[in-house]
Design a protein. Sequence first.
Length: 343
Amino acid sequence: MIDPWFADNLVCPVDHGPLGISANALICAAGHRYPIVDDVPVMLRADVLQTISLADASLKRATHQEHDPRAPALYLESLGISETEKIEMLQLVKNSRPVDPVVAYLIAATNGLMYRHLIGRLDRYPIPDIQLPDGHGRRLLDVGCSWGRWSLAASSAGYDTVGIDPSLGAVMAACRVARQLGSANRYVVGDARHLPFRAGTFDVVFSYSVLQHFSEADAEQAVAEMGRLLRPGGTAKVQLPTRYGVRCLYHQARRGFRAAQGFEVRYRTLPELRELFAARVGPARFAADCYFGIGLQPSDAPMMTPGLKAITAASETLKRLSGRLPALTRVADSVFVEALKTA
């Protein structure tokens, strides 16, 4: 059994055709087959090169080609963490901590490297305040949701929220956390470049710390998919790092200002981002997200070190100033691109 909403709104990510349910899988008329794992549709395409290796691991686990017997419910194979981290995570399971063990070990991957001190030590869920108007039941897609922190933020703001991520283990953690916190969010395993939903399904498409890892071609494809899924008048709101932020310049200098490879972060200028979104969604504008880092959220202050609190406070001050001095947005380390679909 899967949520009836999926039957009405999911389509084949290859040809966008309708799907039927048979033998615990979704199948289109052309024979493309997508497994359902614990009521979660796994809509990854096996015929394309994945943007991240854990997507291949998710496919293998979903199709019974790979299986870690130590904790089957955690889907360890598809989390993208080291063997040492898996062993430590299993110890957390034995200790019955209040925070899901997968979340405890994905915290730096989802929230940024400045959160490394919290790996395995979380005592609360770091759910941020989403910078969106009240949802009033409008439908939102969270692209690259991981364990669901922004999905949960969106549902708290009144959105009917769907999250999608290529990691089976992260999506299963998102399902567990949603149940634990009493949220009705839906989750799908899938690829941002091949979003498996009907055109015009969503009022808002949101994404945080995802497209920065994509090549130019993959980013263009993902943004075009966002535009396809939005209803006329809908909004894409996507966080991305910039080329000229202080921290971003530091990281570029560390790798000798060479072009990014593989899953490394891409640093784009605001004109490049405007062109990317305007061509595939609609007119775009910018708002500063972070200075001196990426992913810093003031709502996380209770779990931050004193130094990190000071950096976050400085970032928030500059964000407020950027509202009056738009030129400051050009040197933010991370911005939100907000694009309006006009047709």
